[in-house]
Design a protein around this ligand. Structure first.
Ligand code: E4P
Length: 220
């Protein structure tokens, strides 16, 4: 499977790339805007932080297909291996088709239904990103959407992968992986919640106490 961090925080990517088995980093316009720096400065530094094998994702801003294609090409000039995120609107779908024909890898984003995600995959998107928590927050069932999308891609678009996104809890992410998703992207807080159970630290402290009592030291 592929694990990504959903962030443009370079210091945190550098720190967590040492710890987590990461394949790369995803961003979106809100994430880059919150960082405050120019996208053209941030993207090469993020690529550097994940290493040359790491995969970086960044999104276009234009609303027209031709504008999206032009921005995608500019993003790829900035970071050659970058996967271009395209919102799956009517124009976005046309852009995914054009970019696929040009050999530029895309991720269909802002996916709120399995039907929408399937269309992006059929248009040639390498990845499709369903927004799990945003669907839940609207009173929908984000996990069910992902289950349906995963099944549809396996049946009808096997060259595309679900990259499940928009999480508020580790449970949501695990449910997507159990549904068969090959890839997920986690915001920093959710990634850290994977290891944040207080019982973990307590267990390690108890091992240390027992060892110290018996051998008078904390090393083997
Ligand atoms: C990924 O493609 C999305 O940009 C991202 O995961 C959205 O997450 P949010 O709903 O927490 O903003």
């Amino acid at each position: 499977m592929e694990l990504y961090l959903d962030t443009a925080n370079i210091a945190e990517v550098e720190r967590l790339a040492r710890i987590f088995p990461l394949q790369g980093v995803t961003t979106n316009p809100s994430i880059v805007a919150a960082n405050g720096e120019s996208i053209w400065d941030v993207l090469p530094r993020l690529q550097n932080a994940v290493g040359k094998e790491g995969r970086l994702f960044a999104q276009v801003m234009s609303r027209s297909a031709d504008g999206m294609v032009a921005e995608a090409q500019k993003l790829r000039e900035c970071v050659p291996g970058l996967v271009v995120k395209i919102p799956v609107t009517f124009e976005g779908l046309a852009a995914i088709k054009q970019l696929t024909a040009l050999g530029i890898p895309t991720l269909g984003t802002a996916v709120y239904s399995a039907a929408q995600g399937l269309l992006a995959a059929l248009a040639g998107a390498e990845y499709v990103a369903p927004y799990v928590n945003r669907v839940d927050a609207q009173g929908g069932d984000g996990i069910r959407m992902v289950q349906e999308l995963q099944a549809l891609l396996e049946l009808h678009a096997p060259d595309s992968k679900v990259l499940a996104a928009s999480f508020k809890t580790p449970r949501q992410a695990l449910d997507c992986l159990l549904a068969g998703c090959e890839s997920i992207t986690l915001p920093l807080d959710v990634a850290q919640q994977f290891l944040a159970a207080p019982a973990v630290d307590s267990a390690v402290v108890k091992f240390e106490e027992d060892w110290q009592k018996a051998f008078g030291r904390l090393s083997l």
